[in-house]
Design a protein around this ligand. Structure first.
Ligand SMILES: Cc1cc2nc3c(=O)[nH]c(=O)nc-3n(C[C@H](O)[C@H](O)[C@H](O)COP(=O)(O)OP(=O)(O)OC[C@H]3O[C@@H](n4cnc5c(N)ncnc54)[C@H](O)[C@@H]3O)c2cc1C
Length: 521
């Protein structure tokens, strides 16, 4: 295959870059070893930062978040619930931090409004009686799946190509250039190569591994963060703890649920990570100091992701200081031409935030254009991201429920927790079939939220699999193997939350998974 630009990684950054390049008329291929948002972009908090969280620890990243928050609200409102956010301090929190916070926000141009504790509790009745200070900021909730799928759909409409379940394995380098990239099709296990004029490494926490394949050095820290999903929505707005960023200090609404997190733990590898019980204890402990109800709420799932933190942008030296919260949340764009390896057509983009993915894409595309000798201006700052039909099922609870109501749906619901009807599963499976691919449960879940509700796939996964077999989308052992993999992955997110009623539900799930599918959990 041949293309102008090869992008490695279809997370928030890679998909935003594909849109930016294709709007500039530049042909690109996006290669992804899993599915869209398989990395941190599918395992984050979904907070569209106002910037206020980093206002003291990292003002440069705060300013970037603030500017991008405004742009994304303009260009992709369909991906955002513009909730606003509160920063609240409770008794015992650092008084100096509280006093400095509004001035620091104002210096960066971040809108902030002081509230009395009573005003804050009127706005958010779940807040603790021990709140001593509160501010309003313009945080929002963002659906990362919809944003990436919408960006991708726009890119594809302008000619970009996506190869999912395709892994970049090595490069052929001649005369200081990558002349071809070796890719393994994980569906068929066949190897082939892609020739591109420029190769962009947007592989998130795997960017250092890709860089090493090209003979380049890039040091990264892998910072794992775990999050917990409540069964119901706890607050209308984003709620942050008013203190230096630490564990368990953000609650973000996402449709019908709320997401509480997070932690920051250095891990040795971005693969094989899972939320651990001590993280859950910390998040609960810290979160319930702001919102006492969080200690009694029922949680349906825990999950985790790895932040790609480039070591080059450290504020302190994390090699000596293991606190990854000290590493900048700014992005790093590396032109490997200027590095010791002097690779003329290789660029890496990593770090940053979901909030800043558009900006990261813009800066990367500018550099790519420079390398290609093309003059084409960025259009993503003002041009709306079209609301793609195939990405309309990603919103927790709301989108399917509204659809069922509007359409007076009489057809069977394959996922009752998230109200996903048969026709939605068919629509998603058809898009895979159209690309000569077999649908799998994880891919359907990413695009429709099946398995993300209280039953965590225990019932709907079997219904959906039966439907896929019945309709001839899959055959052989593919479906049962996929079902086992899906249930095992869902179980991992339940295991650390097994107490009280959750434990009883977990035991039912375990009995079904082990009894029906002989899963070793
Ligand atoms: C716990 C947590 C909470 C967060 N919360 C927020 C938040 O609330 N707001 C916010 O703005 N940011 C948040 N972030 C940060 C944000 O999620 C990330 O900065 C962002 O998603 C990174 O996107 P990316 O596309 O650069 O990387 P990724 O999403 O990790 O994408 C990289 C992709 O590359 C693919 N890949 C890797 N190797 C290969 C290969 N060899 N071949 C092909 N493909 C490959 C991977 O499968 C992956 O899909 C959070 C991060 C974490 C971990």
């Amino acid at each position: 295959m041949q293309t102008c630009v090869l992008i490695i990684g279809a997370g928030a950054t890679g998909t935003a870059l594909a849109r930016d390049l294709s709007l500039r008329g530049i042909d690109c291929i996006l290669v992804e070893k899993g599915d869209v948002n398989a990395g941190a972009s599918g395992a984050n908090h979904g907070l569209l930062h106002s910037g206020a969280r980093y206002i003291v620890s990292d003002p440069a990243a705060a300013a970037e978040c603030h500017a991008e928050n405004r742009i994304l609200k303009q260009i992709a409102p369909q991906c955002i619930e513009d909730t606003g956010g509160l920063f609240v301090a409770v008794q015992g929190d650092d008084e100096k931090y509280i006093a400095d916070f509004p001035t620091a926000c104002q210096k960066c141009g971040i809108p902030v409004q002081p509230l009395s504790p009573d005003q804050a509790r009127d706005m958010e009745p779940a807040l603790s009686e021990h709140v001593i200070a509160a501010f309003w900021v313009d945080d929002a909730a963002i659906d990362p799946f919809k944003l990436s799928l919408d960006n991708l759909s726009c890119a594809q409409a302008h000619g970009a190509r996506l190869l999912c379940r395709h892994q970049v394995t090595s490069f052929e380098i001649r005369g200081g250039r990558i002349v071809c990239t070796h890719v393994r099709d994980l569906n068929t296990d066949k190897q082939f190569f892609i020739e591109a004029q420029v190769v962009v490494n947007a592989a998130g926490a795997w960017a250092d591994i890709i860089a090493r394949c090209a003979g380049a050095q890039m040091q990264m820290y892998y910072s794992k963060g775990s999050l917990m999903v409540t069964q119901n929505r706890i607050a209308k707005r984003v709620i942050n703890r008013l203190r230096m960023p630490t564990d368990g200090d953000i609650l973000v609404p996402g449709g019908t649920v709320s997401i509480l997190g997070t932690t920051s733990e250095r891990v040795a590898s971005p693969d094989f990570i899972y939320p651990e019980i001590h993280e859950i204890d910390t998040i609960l402990d810290q979160g319930s100091a702001m919102i006492p109800k969080l200690a009694q709420t029922h949680y349906i799932r825990a999950y985790c992701g790895v932040r790609p933190l480039p070591a080059g942008s450290e504020i302190t030296n994390p090699a000596r200081d293991p606190d990854d919260r000290a590493v900048s949340r700014g992005y790093e764009l590396i032109d490997h031409q200027d590095q010791p390896e002097q690779m003329a057509n290789f660029v890496s983009i990593t770090g940053g935030k979901l909030t800043t993915c558009r900006l990261m894409a813009e800066k990367t595309a500018d550099l790519v254009c420079e390398k290609l000798g093309i003059q084409a201006v960025c259009r993503t700052r003002t041009e709306p991201v079209p609301d793609a039909a195939e990405a309309k099922w990603t919103k927790p609870g709301l989108a399917p429920a509204a659809w069922v109501r509007e359409n007076r749906c009489k057809e069977p619901l394959l996922c009752e927790c998230e109200m996903v009807p048969e026709s939605v599963v068919k629509q998603i499976a058809d898009t895979f079939a159209a690309n000569q691919q077999r649908p799998d449960l994880k891919a359907i879940s990413l695009r429709s939220r099946i398995g993300k509700g209280p039953c965590q796939g225990t019932f709907c996964s079997m219904r959906i699999m039966a439907y896929l077999y019945d309709q001839g989308y899959i055959n052989d052992r593919y479906g049962t193997d996929d079902l086992r993999a899906f249930l095992k992955e869902r179980w991992r997110g339940r295991q650390p939350l097994a107490w009280n009623n959750g434990l009883a539900r977990a035991e039912l799930m375990e009995a079904m998974h082990c009894g029906l599918f002989c899963l070793e959990l």
